[in-house]
Design a protein around this ligand. Structure first.
Ligand SMILES: Nc1nc2c(ncn2[C@@H]2O[C@H](COP(=O)(O)OP(=O)(O)OP(=O)(O)O)[C@@H](O)[C@H]2O)c(=O)[nH]1
Ligand SMILES: [Mg+2]
Length: 432
């Protein structure tokens, strides 16, 4: 299993401000309020896409911002909503905010709103009441969600490459896939796993190239066998044996023994064996090498031959691997279904938040702190430079019963009332 990760900054759009305006008609000096509402800010939406396989793009494009809502205008006209930003990520991506899992994409085309745009502010057309005939109040647009999001992709390769050092594993990967691993004529060139995607016919295989194994790897010889954990959940193993091997049957058995010592899960995977570097020897000798391996391998194991440098036989090897991988995945899916397991149930978080009517008043260091989703939302949308707007907030806290609670807690005129724990919004208390 491989982990690809990236950190991005997601910024949903701000809601547009509501508008203050009054109807103007001939012969009417001042008509009623007709300021329109601001548009909603755009959301940052993630989409699971089958044609995307890594998160590398996010190392460059780290700032993901959706469009802002436009302000309302006269004659009750709504501002335009901000454009959503749609971001494609590979299937298997998980999105976190701190330690909270926001989205877990298990299937193609799943979508999740990861950052929600702010609501637009109400224009003053909303605020006509018998006591307030000429409201000079409109709401500000709400801020959109903004935060650092961590993207994590756990990849399970389809095929794992095993074999002695120098068998030609990295060369094969470099020839059949987009990967460019280091290749050299000495043992232990590969020190950390490489991944590549190989296309064959109308399918593709994710191939993992890991460091070579030697006899005793399970006891820590060479680079040990710890890298085998990366290929334990693949759909097939490709075992490469160097055509120049003096004893290919023994090579085969040595590596098999190391796989078996590691886990029965790994050694139980479908395998394909291939004699590599076949360009170096004549056909008869290659056939003899294949035959020697067949004599000791199980009958279900195909023993092929190829030359990566000459690109001979590589497509056939990929085709055989694709067949094995699909067969195994089909069997696994059937087992999941039989067992009635809840496999692949989409777990997409961030449902539309329900407005929480609850609120709470506490006194902290001489200030009164009001918390609660709904009231904090109103507070965030108040234009504190506009006395009419602040008065409206006062009306709201009165209606919600918060004023009463503040008075019971001992608030006096001119005391500071803070909205929300972070203390971004505050006003002075006055009782009319
Ligand atoms: N003639 C010939 N040489 C090859 C072929 N494939 C690989 N080689 C050579 O074999 C040597 C080892 O190749 P690598 O791909 O680095 O082998 P590896 O299995 O990844 O080795 P480790 O990373 O050390 O485990 C290099 O010198 C390659 O050029 C082939 O098809 N034909
Ligand atoms: Mg290598």
């Amino acid at each position: 299993m491989f982990v690809d990760s990236a950190t991005v900054f997601v910024r949903a759009g701000r809601g547009g401000d509501g508008r203050v305006s009054f109807r103007t008609e001939k012969y009417v000096e001042k008509g009623g309020p007709d300021g329109g509402d601001g548009g909603r800010g755009g959301n940052v939406v993630f989409v699971a896409d089958q044609n995307t396989s890594t998160l590398v793009d996010f190392r460059i494009h780290r700032d993901l911002s959706a469009g802002n809502g436009q302000p309302g205008s006269m004659r009750r006209r709504h501002g335009k909503n901000g454009d959503d930003l749609r971001i494609k990520v590979p299937v298997g991506t998980q999105i976190y905010r701190d330690d909270e899992l926001l989205a877990d994409f298990t299937e193609a085309a799943q979508t999740a709103i990861v950052a929600k745009g702010g609501d637009g502010g109400f224009g003053n057309a909303h605020f006509k009441s018998s006591t307030r005939q000429a409201p000079r109040v409109a709401e500000l647009g709400e801020k959109g969600d903004e935060f650092e999001a961590k993207l994590e992709l756990k990849l399970i390769a389809d095929v794992g490459l095993v074999g002695f050092p120098n068998a030609g594993k990295s060369t094969f990967l470099s020839v059949v896939s987009n990967a460019r691993p280091e290749i050299a004529d000495y043992a232990f060139t590969t020190l950390t796993p490489n991944l590549g995607v190989a296309d064959i016919d109308d399918t593709s295989l994710l191939i993992a190239d890991i460091p070579g194994l030697i006899e005793g790897a399970s006891e820590g010889k060479g680079l040990g066998d710890a890298f085998l954990k990366h290929i334990e959940r693949t759909g097939a193993i490709l075992h490469l044996i160097d055509a120049y091997s003096d004893d290919p049957a023994k090579s085969y058995e040595t590596i098999r023994h190391e796989l078996e010592s590691y886990s029965s899960k790994l050694s139980g995977l479908p395998e394909v064996v291939v004699i590599s570097k076949a360009d170096g020897l004549d056909d008869e000798m290659i056939a003899a090498q294949q035959q020697a391996v067949r004599a000791v391998a199980p009958s279900s194991t195909r023993v092929m031959a190829m030359s990566s440098s000459a690109k001979r036989g590589t497509a056939e090897v990929l085709r055989e691997l694709a067949r094995k991988v699909h067969e195994l995945r089909r069997q696994q899916a059937a087992i999941d279904e039989e067992g009635g397991e809840e496999s692949a149930v989409p777990r997409i978080a961030l449902s539309d938040a329900q407005l929480d009517q609850k609120w709470h008043v506490t006194k902290e260091e001489g200030r009164y702190v009001v918390t609660g989703r709904k009231i904090e939302k109103f507070a965030a949308r108040t234009d504190y430079s506009n006395p009419h707007s602040v008065n409206r907030l006062r009306d709201i806290i009165k209606k919600m019963g918060i004023t009463h609670q503040l008075v019971r807690s001992g608030v006096e005129n001119d005391d500071i009332v803070v909205f929300g724990k972070r203390g971004d919004y505050q006003m002075r208390f006055t009782e009319e």
